[in-house]
Design a protein around this ligand. Structure first.
Ligand code: F6R
Length: 594
């Protein structure tokens, strides 16, 4: 998390602020910039969103370069002292950092023993002090930086200024960092979205690379010496216009249908053999799906879809657990990593682990220039377009669509049937956002609750998990999910007249069982909100508090039509509580730390 940016050129403070706004999805608890010219650097910091920082910045006419940071706190509370940039004691070295220095406590203790005093609780301040320490030990900025980097364990994308020099130093290890040039102007950023309108090409820094940029150009180094990096073409969709929408979350939900269209167009012409080149399907005995948060919920549904279509044993795993659990993986395993950003630290660690153990890896990912995409053997884009709102909506729906396509592709590779994407076409043709007025009414009722229960079976349970997460993160309502059949094994004790139980019932084979479970909860006083795609007899629903009926379509893609209403309900619940759904408290979009 955290976003860093650097700029060499005219009006650096204005550019840094604008670019930090683009990176705000990476964290928004505090921000800061260091701008100026040689021996004349000024630092501005503010708690909260970039707009607060913007108010404090006084632009200087002769400013020629600067670095900036938007923070998602890891070490130390979000206040101005802990906000970046951080400084060496002699104020010569100025640092912005995204990542985590795992050995910072040891380094801090060593440096304290040598007389260095620390003003913040951050791991980043250790880097600034180390630069000062190595300045006394070795000559030349690049040597000082190399020594400093060698002492660090963990992840970092760094922007560094030496206040006596004209230009910006940078370094990267396991946190994303990109750099681009336009004539004498240079821009450094955690995400290439900053380069839109600035450059047509950019450099994606590999791990272990550091360097220096000034108006004369950019130099890259690795552990051996100066190195060359090939530029990539900047190819980005339009994304940052809200159009008629008040928030990105709602705009993105309403982009789901066009994402389905993009997916259909892309995959209709796909060469399946080419996608999975190098995979020996004759060997594959199990498939593991790995992701975090919303992407993990996609994994749950992906495992069901693929197991149904291929008969191969499938399982879904939370990446942060998977990476430390010594999972059973070998050359007979396909490991599927699902992620919107492709930069989630735990998911990337799971990818590495799977590769080390000999698995064939498949990345199902939205951001096409991400580390996950580059690292996996095969790559299936989800074609959702840029997602800005912290709560993932269209990307989740697109993941479900691609997972159905993936299941069809695997069925072909395992010799079961020809891949057929007709289901996706039907989804597109029948796509329906449902009765939004009824969602708004429900949102109004839910906003007064501090506790909700959601129940379902099979695929409905997975959708309930995701609906519950959306309500939690955007509306701060404690919402729990249970398998409907588990009610009587404990959770019924929590039910009273104040309890809302939301019942997901969109699968014919377990419909009656689920309705019975709803009755069990109603008999204990719960207010039942039934969510179904079936026309039920009045007698079956008359005792329920509220019924939401959505469109019915065949198969697993029903799940897409099931989640969209809950994304809309979560949005309106959030707005009615006065919360900004695009930036829920304490969260960030790209979770690049463990
Ligand atoms: C919730 C949400 C998160 C992410 C999770 C993984 O709305 O967006 O739970 O799904 O942090 O992120 P990615 O998909 O980027 O790996």
């Amino acid at each position: 998390m955290c976003g860093i940016v650097g700029y060499i050129g005219k009006e650096p403070s204005k550019i840094l602020i604008n670019k930090l706004k683009k990176l705000e999805y990476r964290g928004y608890d505090s921000a800061g910039i260091a701008v100026g010219s040689v021996n004349n650097i000024r630092i501005f910091k503010a708690v909260g969103e970039i707009k607060n920082l913007e108010k404090t910045v006084v632009p200087a006419k002769d400013a020629a370069f600067g670095i900036g940071h938007t923070r998602w706190a890891t070490h130390g509370k979000p206040d101005e002292t802990n906000a970046h940039p951080h400084l060496s004691s002699d104020r010569k070295w100025i640092v912005v950092h995204n990542g985590i220095i795992e050995n910072y406590a040891v380094l801090k203790e060593k440096l304290s023993g040598k007389g260095y005093a620390f003003y913040s609780e951050t791991d980043t301040e250790v880097i600034a002090k180390l630069l000062e320490y190595y300045s006394g030990k070795t000559c030349g900025d690049l040597n000082i930086i190399a020594e400093t980097l060698a002492a660090l364990k963990g992840s970092f994308a760094l922007g560094i200024i030496n206040a006596e020099k004209d230009g910006i130093y940078f370094a990267k290890n396991k946190s994303p960092l990109f750099i681009a040039r336009n004539g004498e102007n240079v821009m450094l950023a955690s995400d290439i979205i900053c380069f839109k309108g600035f450059a047509e090409e950019y450099y994606a820094l590999p791990d272990g690379v550091f360097g220096f940029a000034d108006k004369n150009g950019i130099k890259f180094f690795d552990s051996i010496g100066e190195t060359d990096i090939k530029p990539c073409i900047l190819d980005l969709d339009e994304y940052d216009d809200l159009n008629k929408y008040k928030h990105f979350m709602l705009k993105e939900i309403y982009e789901t249908k066009s994402a389905v269209k993009n997916i259909l167009e892309y995959y209709s012409g796909i060469n399946i053999d080419k996608v999975f080149s190098g995979c020996d399907f004759g060997k594959i005995k199990r498939i593991k799906f790995v992701g975090c948060g919303t992407a993990y919920h996609a994994c749950l549904l992906g495992a069901i879809a693929v197991e149904e279509k291929t008969g191969i044993e499938c399982g879904a795993f939370v990446a942060s657990e998977f990476r430390y659990s010594d999972p059973k993986i070998s050359e007979d395993t396909l490991v599927v990593l699902i992620s919107q950003s492709g930069e989630t630290a735990d998911t990337l660690a799971a990818l590495e682990q799977a590769k080390v153990k000999g698995a064939y890896t498949v990345a199902i990912v939205n951001v096409e220039y991400s580390t996950l995409k580059k690292g996996a053997h095969a790559y299936l884009p989800i074609k959702a377009g840029v997602e800005i709102a912290v709560a993932s909506t269209k990307a989740f729906s697109a993941q479900l669509v691609v997972l159905e396509i993936f299941a069809e592709m695997l069925a072909e590779k395992f010799g079961i049937k020809h891949a057929n994407f007709e289901g996706v076409r039907k989804l597109y043709e029948n796509f329906d956002y449902g009765n939004v007025n009824s969602y708004k009414l429900l949102a109004d009722a839910l906003r007064y609750n501090d506790r909700l229960f959601m129940i379902g079976r099979g695929r409905d349970y997975c959708i309930a998990q995701e609906a519950s997460l959306k309500i939690k993160e955007t509306s701060y309502i404690n919402s729990d999910t249970y398998y409907a059949g588990e009610l009587k094994h404990g959770f019924l004790a929590l039910i009273d007249e104040q309890t809302y139980v939301i019942v997901f019932a969109t699968q014919k084979n377990v419909l009656q069982k689920t309705l019975c479970n709803a009755e069990e909860a109603r008999a204990r006083g719960a207010k039942i909100i039934l969510f179904t795609c079936f026309d039920l007899d009045q007698s079956e629903t008359e005792n329920f508090y509220y019924v939401i009926k959505i469109k019915e379509i065949d198969g697993g893609l029903q799940n897409v039509l099931s989640i969209v209403p809950w994304q809309i309900i979560a949005y309106y619940t959030s707005v009615s509580k006065g919360i900004n759904p695009d930036k829920p408290r304490n969260l960030a979009k790209s979770v690049t730390v463990e």
